[in-house]
Design a protein around this ligand. Sequence first.
Ligand SMILES: Cc1cc2nc3c(=O)[nH]c(=O)nc-3n(C[C@H](O)[C@H](O)[C@H](O)COP(=O)(O)O)c2cc1C
Length: 269
Amino acid sequence: MDEPQDCYRTLAQGRHSVRAFLPRTVPEEWIARMLEQARLAPSGANLQPGHFWQITGKARAALTTALSHAWEAGEPAREDYAYFPAPMPMHLRKRQVAAAQALYTSLGVARGDAAGRQRQFARNFTFFEAPVALVVTLERGFGGGGFMDLGLCLHALMLAAQARGLASCAIGALASYPDVVREVLQLPRSELVVCGMALGWPDPQAPVNGARTPRLPWPTISRYLSDERWLIGGGSTCRMSPLPEQVRHLGHPLFLQRGEQPHLAPAGL
Ligand SMILES: Cc1cc2nc3c(=O)[nH]c(=O)nc-3n(C[C@H](O)[C@H](O)[C@H](O)COP(=O)(O)O)c2cc1C
């Protein structure tokens, strides 16, 4: 029997975005159970925001057609919410490019192959032909907190799927044309279109599923504050105390000697 921390590690490390699926049905009951489990995610004031619309049959086909048409016609994206910072700062842009490269390299799509990239992008609108297609919405009026709560729920859903041997990919591209989504699916205007999600059995032979993205090493996202730390000038200048003994052996290159300047957005990451 695995230790509890091993169970989580196995699921979290095993999950990655899957963009090609086997043509095998996912039992309806499983979908209900996975959503039930995802709903165990916490939310501020337990408001439990968000809706998961399972799209099947003619509605799914009509959605794919309408979104593909909008995109092929070059209609400008008009998301209900801003996902990325605009303009994208260089240190984030580098991560974005690295993720795209991982995807296109797995497919053998060369850097300058615009048609190859577009072909892959178009597959967002088919939910990567996954057996299960979800559209995720949020009641209008929520601020960032609602999106945060929904994100917790989305990850929980991904891990619930992973635990059953299924795989998933969130599809932000689906939020590019929210009016199209609302019109085709006849969703109320009060629902913001947040993203889509493809769910199903991963195709182990598909090269695209070999794409892997790295993560920043934990020291670049963690900060240790102690009684000995001083914050001066709104946090832009600080001194930090030495690492606690228990984690010192793990190393923490960003841990500063007294008086050193922190680099909060390390170059090259
Ligand atoms: C909210 C959200 C939206 C995403 N939208 C897309 C998308 O539209 N198309 C796509 O191919 N991948 C999409 N992804 C997948 C990310 O590119 C992927 O999660 C990231 O590169 C990390 O890789 P991993 O999921 O394999 O760990 C999305 C992920 C999230 C969480």
